[in-house]
Design a binder for this molecule. Structure first.
Ligand SMILES: *Cc1c(COP(=O)(O)O)cnc(C)c1O
Length: 415
């Protein structure tokens, strides 16, 4: 790569400014790696765990012990960790169906939930198979600016029929803050002050291993997330997890497959080793993605673009936004990220009219696992204020190189 001296000097300055942040990230990764290793040791992980099952998948020791390990790490009684979950949305949907009954109400605590959840819940229309069509009503508690509105949440939950509360930890693709575990704890307290029975379910996507604790250690009943994000460590080829109490996990399992079969079936088809090794890597991989986000923020900030979070902000997820203000630098940035990828680096991202969006979307992703956003990736709607959402980075080195390439491309077009 042909980087000019000015870009390299800015990069060196950006990286030097992050020493304290990086030290803190290393400390969190060490703590979380220890948690994972202790759980592996407790369940005597050995070669036999990796062989797995086919067909019905009865008595898959690797699968069942991995679920115990997830439960241990997330501080819950039990967990489902399944490759049969097609994505995070599927698992969050299962977790909500597991929590609710017809006639009850779901409260969305952090404003409109993640795009794909809107259809699962049926907020737009009671489409077939949605919670709405099943007879569950939903109340979306609006944010107070970019922050949670705790008073409004308390009010919404002071209703006997509220059976579940969904808290989205990560900002996703919305202009809001990502929640710290302490903030999630405060939301859980507010819910519990007025409602003793509702399941508090946290959409934990992009949040796993970012802090030393998880939302389930701050009052949440369950956490749910995708294995092609943080907890898969870049190695899991797919799947998702739900962690919570025994009783709740049994309810979710009846939804995941069918009543009567529940969690007993679900062959692992040869992926156990990748799921174990990925979970072992996950605290480290998440740290690599966090460092990549900090570096991107520090460099693009120096190039004069508005970044959120700010370069030195403590992170609560792995998403970094960069506001470019005009289409040209945004496009160049995405093209630079693509060119720096290990897979499909030769491809030139072009904006396209994705179904369900009101403007063209440009995406950069060159990943070993299709769509894995723990790998360096970036996407942006081509509209004002031309903001890119960047996340991931399996190694800090490759993340840094991708961002350098992108920065260089922006500067070359400026000249
Ligand atoms: C990724 C994500 C999901 C689930 O998305 P899938 O693409 O279905 O895995 C849900 N919520 C948030 C905040 C996410 O980042």
């Amino acid at each position: 790569m042909d980087l000019n001296q000015k870009t390299l000097a800015l990069a060196a300055e950006a990286e030097a400014s992050l020493a304290a942040c990086f030290a803190q990230i290393d400390d969190i990764a060490l703590h979380n790696t220890n948690k994972v290793l202790s759980a592996f040791s407790k369940y005597r992980v050995s070669e036999g765990h990796f062989s797995g099952t086919t067909g019905y998948g009865y008595d898959d020791k690797g699968r069942d012990d991995l679920e115990r390990i997830y439960a241990e790490v997330f501080g819950t009684q039990d967990a489902l960790v399944r490759v049969q979950f097609v994505n995070g949305t599927h698992a969050i949907g299962t977790a909500l169906f597991g929590a609710l009954e017809p006639g009850q109400k779901l409260v969305c605590a952090m404003g409109m939930p993640y795009d794909t959840m809107i259809q699962v819940i049926g907020i737009d229309q009671p489409r077939f198979g949605s919670l709405a069509a099943w007879g569950v009503k939903t109340e979306v508690v609006p944010l107070a600016g970019r922050m949670p509105n705790i008073d409004a949440l308390r009010e919404a939950c002071a209703d006997e029929t509220v059976g579940a509360v969904l808290i989205q930890r990560s900002r996703g693709y919305a202009d809001r803050i990502s929640l710290s575990c302490a903030q999630i704890g405060a939301l859980c307290q507010a819910v519990r002050a007025v409602n003793s029975h509702a399941y508090i379910v946290v959409d934990n996507c992009y949040g796993e291993f970012v802090e030393k604790t998880e939302p389930t250690q701050h009052g949440a009943d369950a956490v749910v997330g995708s294995l092609i994000k943080n907890p898969g460590g870049g190695l899991a080829p797919g799947g998702a997890y739900i962690a919570g109490s025994h009783e709740y996990i049994e309810r979710c399992a009846a939804r995941m497959t069918v009543p009567g079969i529940g969690r007993e079936c679900g062959a692992t088809n040869g992926v156990n080793r990748a799921l174990y090794q990925g979970f072992f890597m996950a605290p480290h991989t998440t740290a690599q993605a966090l460092k990549t986000a900090h570096f991107g923020a520090a460099l693009l900030d120096r190039l004069g673009f508005t970044v959120d979070p700010k370069p030195l902000d403590v992170r609560h997820d792995i998403i970094q936004t960069i506001c470019f203000g005009s289409p040209e630098p945004l496009l160049q940035f995405c093209r630079g990220i693509q060119a720096g990828a290990p897979v499909d680096a030769y491809v030139t991202p072009e904006p396209w009219d994705m179904p369900g969006y009101d403007c063209p979307i440009v995406m950069a992703a060159g990943a070993f696992i299709q769509g894995a956003s723990i790998e360096l990736s970036c996407d942006a709607p081509m509209r004002q204020p031309y903001t890119a959402y960047m996340q991931g980075g399996l190694t800090y080195e490759s993340g840094k190189l991708g961002i350098l390439r992108a920065a260089q491309l922006i500067r070359s077009k400026e000249a």
